[in-house]
Design a protein around this ligand. Structure first.
Ligand SMILES: [Cu+2]
Length: 153
């Protein structure tokens, strides 16, 4: 009597059911909380933003839903600063992580870290309406006032 030869294979098959890998926690399943990376072939409006201790200039901007903005970011200060475009909720969560890892670098479509005197550009499409933020999450900078607001109508 030979029984049980196929049991092993059937058992193995049930073990292949795995939870999907958890992506980068900051991003939702469809990408970014404040819209999406821009398309360089589409028209855009340029907005220059200066970063310094401890503020963004301008600290408030308004855009139309669907509008594409070419942010020209310049660190006019004496320390490193960053510009991270997200919802307030996401930035607060991210800030908590950065308290533990203050030298965390960002090289993502929705953010940049700049050394003093540096300039960079960020192309962004505000595809969602609502209120979003750009904030510097280097420990304490946000608390000292380094947050700007974007209203998307
Ligand atoms: Cu800063």
């Amino acid at each position: 009597m030979k029984t049980g030869f196929t049991i092993g294979a059937a058992f193995a098959a049930t073990l292949t059911v795995l939870a999907p890998a958890h992506g980068h926690e900051q991003h939702g399943p469809r990408g970014y909380s404040a819209g999406e990376p821009g398309d360089p072939r589409q028209p855009s409006r340029t907005i220059e933003v200066l970063l310094s201790e401890m503020e963004f200039t301008p600290a408030r901007i308004e855009v139309r839903r669907g509008e594409q903005i070419r942010f020209v970011l310049r660190n006019a200060g004496k320390e490193d600063h960053e510009f991270l475009l997200a919802t307030k909720k996401e930035n607060l969560k991210h800030a908590a992580v950065m308290k533990k890892h203050p030298h965390m670098e960002h090289d993502e479509p929705n953010g940049a870290r700049l050394a003093p005197g540096k300039t960079t550009e960020l192309l962004w499409r505000f595809s969602k309406s609502g209120t979003f933020e750009y904030s510097c999450l280097i420990p304490d900078h946000r608390d000292y006032g380094m947050t700007g607001h974007v209203t998307v109508k």
